[in-house]
Design a protein around this ligand. Sequence first.
Ligand code: OSB
Ligand code: MG
Length: 368
Amino acid sequence: VALDGVELRVLRIPLVSPFTTSFGTETEREVIVVRALTPDGDGWGEIVTQQAPLYSSEYTEGAWDVSRRWLIPALLDRVRLTPGDVADVLAPFVGHRMAKAGLELAVLDASLRASGLPLASALGAVHDRVPSGVSVGIQRDPQALVDAVAGYLAEGYRRIKIKIRPGRDLADTAAVRAAFPDIPLQVDANSAYTLADADLLAGLDEFGLLLIEQPLQEDDLVDHAALARRLRTPVCLDESITSAKSARDALALGSAAVVNIKAGRVGGYLEAVRVHDVCRDAGVPVWCGGMLETGIGRAANAALAALPGFTLPGDVSASDRFYRRDIVTAPIVLEDGYVRVPTGPGLGIAIDAAALDDVTVAREELRR
Ligand code: OSB
Ligand code: MG
């Protein structure tokens, strides 16, 4: 495509209920939406940073700054750009993978729309719908958690993930397992433990979990391998997997038996496919993670999750899991516990301009 300009917006969207993880509670989603302006039409992307650098080192104000000051000017310097060029042009800038991923997605959407190809086909999808799991935040007490899980199961979600942290782990998991003996269940610690907690974490083994997600720190690959040897529950990595190369390293070390793939965390949907390929070649199952995406990122995640190596249900939930009103005209919905993979060109979505304007708190346009 010929990239004439890029529009950035910061959105603040209220959540339907507070979302609590080991790193804090959110009541509002602050996120950046990217619009690639081309002679053939617009493309949309989403930078999935959060307000504070707690999940990873990236955060919204930082992503905004690096995008407008460095990343977008480098892209606008090019007369023509294929989606695959974006990562190469941005490679000299260290890190900032979520910012890069959001920009790449906007270029990818514009380019695919111009050629009439759906993102799912471009990435190599083999399914037209994907099973939907839901990520449930830490609640007031175990009973409140059981009630929340019951609500999601009634909606049809096919897999439950609960957030844990020190002090809110064994009892919460035990309560959910006791209430629902047969559901596919997994836990996510968001880096809240150390290897010294191995005995405590082994206490989770009796609950028949699909996996434990990211118990230790982002850079703890060796400790994750040591922990994996002490648990029967499979260890899954989220925060630690920042590229196809780091995925290859983690698998070589025995740090992960399962991988959560998030396009933002690895620098884009094209790199996410490469992470998928590395895991598939190694026989390691993957699933699609989420970052409380709007309808933009949610559509892209449904496309990614339809690749053949995604053999576990992802955090690809319906829009109304987090938002009363999405910024797309046809929000993602749950149908018999599945989410449909979009079939239109590019992301296959249409932006609801009024809804988008209503939640926009900042806007800037950069032109070549
Ligand atoms: O660790 O998977 C995570 C949300 C924000 C940051 C990190 C994570 C999450 C989730 C929510 O678990 C997943 C979703 O979008 O449904
Ligand atoms: Mg996680």
